[in-house]
Design a binder for this molecule. Structure first.
Ligand SMILES: [Ca+2]
Ligand SMILES: [Ca+2]
Length: 107
């Protein structure tokens, strides 16, 4: 089994012009923040301690809330089922750029 712990989401380049309202989703459920959206700007990070347990690959999507327009999909980071250690993944759609920092443990 795979234990993924999401640690940090660093914003290098926003999707919106003034601030982004972001959400991480996995398996159809929101995993960060617990509810609503997290407001973030370029050069800053969101810190978290969010465990996800899986028997296979874990796909983590980054979304940016807009209203009344549809939310923007900023990409998916796939954690392989055999991943171990401290790792990073990039979200780069819609000209945004975020880095997700996480750890992976096999058990
Ligand atoms: Ca947007
Ligand atoms: Ca927005």
């Amino acid at each position: 089994m795979l234990l993924v712990v999401l640690k940090q989401l660093a914003c290098h380049k926003m999707e919106d012009s003034t601030e982004d309202e972001i959400m991480l989703r996995s398996g159809g459920a929101q995993v960060f923040p617990n509810e609503g959206e997290h407001v973030i700007t370029a050069g800053n990070s969101a810190f978290m301690e969010k465990p996800i347990i899986s028997a296979g690959d874990v796909n983590i999507e980054l979304w940016e809330e807009d209203w009344p327009d549809p939310d923007d999909y900023l990409g998916t980071v796939t954690v392989p089922a055999n991943a171990t250690g401290a790792r990073t993944g990039e979200f780069t759609r819609d000209e945004a750029h975020y880095t997700l920092h996480y750890t992976a443990v096999q058990f």
